[in-house]
Write a protein that binds this ligand. Structure first.
Ligand code: KG4
Ligand code: ZN
Length: 340
């Protein structure tokens, strides 16, 4: 017996088939990066249309890989919040339609909770209770997590998300979209001390983040205030690498300090980190170092499960176990979210 999970919150169309014991039997993902690259950002209408074309073949492929027949499914789970409205709708309508057609219960997945649950794939024991950090293109949030489905929001970004600034800095430097992996690749060769960038809210006594000042500081390093044109930049490779490294270090410093402080404040033993930016090598390394120094257990989602995917939808098994099903009138809840 198994569940089918569907993920279409942003620009990845993904489906997975997961056994009752949490084994991944099939998983497919269709990325849209090439469609959005020309705009240097995700265009919601383009994303929704691409999901529409891809959703059924993606589900079909995941099912075929798994060897599980629709009749053998115990439930159909879908991420219904948060995300882009049009993108969410495609996944939710597909899930509802299949649930009705195949006579299966529906399970609603909170995409943010699933990002933290992705850490479970690196651990043989339960990762809960823990403090959870989500660092993605849309969110930078800290949660006190008692259990997989019981999370309390304790702080987050008051402006840009960490992934968003990686992408914007990548765009300023004329790097391909999405900027995160590109900036990180160059940063690996640069000097993190070369430029002094701000670490906003680092020493504040709360668990909020702010990255827009850092974004502006990078911008002013490249072009003057009031200027808009980045096309005449003439940085050599070394300068780009140093700038990327210094920028990345500023983001990592704040994420590490605040996450470790949150674990101590909430008297948890574990820190679990998920979301696209959690794939960042420098962040992973420095989180590990800080966790070791503080005697904190660290779980970071496997790199391939940091960015959006349907495998982390395995969190739906927790709802299956307690019979927490969604009505077939399940609606999408777009937009940025904090708590539940
Ligand atoms: O979790 P995700 O796939 O989508 C959202 O739910 O937002 O995260 C995507 C974000 C993008 O901003 C991307 O640039 C960033 O994660 N990202 C990275 C890296 N890989 C992906 N940022 C920094 N370093 C990376 N290696
Ligand atoms: Zn995500």
């Amino acid at each position: 017996m198994a569940i089918l999970t569907i993920e279409t919150t942003c620009d990845e169309t993904a489906a997975a088939v997961i056994s009752e014991s949490g084994q991944v039997l099939g998983a497919t993902l269709a990325t849209q990066t090439e469609l959005h690259a020309q705009y240097q950002g995700i265009v919601p209408e383009v994303a929704a249309r691409a999901h529409l074309e891809r959703i059924l073949p993606v589900i079909d492929t995941a099912l075929r890989q798994s060897g599980i027949l629709p009749a053998q499914l115990q439930a159909i789970a879908v991420a219904h919040k948060p995300g882009l409205a049009g993108s969410l709708l495609v996944g939710v309508v597909a899930a509802k339609t299949l649930a009705i057609a195949w006579g299966k219960p529906l399970i609603a997945i909170n995409h943010l909770h699933a990002h933290i649950y992705a850490c479970q794939f690196g651990s043989s024991r339960s990762i809960y209770p823990c403090v959870g950090l989500i660092v993605s293109g849309g969110h930078t949030s800290l949660y006190d997590c008692q259990q997989a489905l019981h999370l309390d929001y304790i702080g987050g970004t008051i402006d840009d998300a960490a992934g968003e600034v990686f992408d914007k800095v990548g765009a300023m430097l004329g790097l391909p979209f999405p900027g995160g992996p590109e900036v990180s690749r160059r940063a690996a060769k640069g000097d993190p001390q070369a430029y002094q960038f701000p670490r906003s809210l680092r020493q504040q006594g709360n668990f909020n983040f702010s990255f827009s000042g850092l974004k502006t500081a990078v911008r002013y390093q490249l072009i003057g205030p009031g200027e808009r044109d980045f096309s005449h930049l003439s940085l050599n490779e070394r300068e780009v690498e140093d700038l990327c490294a210094s920028f990345q270090q500023a983001v990592v410093d704040v994420l590490v300090v605040k996450s470790i402080a949150a674990v101590k404040h909430y008297r948890r033993q574990r820190l679990c980190v998920g979301g696209g930016v959690a794939a960042n090598e420098c962040l992973r390394r420095q989180l590990q170092q800080a966790a070791d120094e503080s005697g904190i257990e660290l779980w970071i989602a496997p790199p391939e499960l940091c960015t959006d995917n349907a495998v982390m939808g395995a969190i739906a098994l927790e709802k299956l176990a307690i019979g927490d099903f969604a009505p077939v009138i399940l609606d999408v809840e777009p937009g940025l979210q904090r708590g539940h």
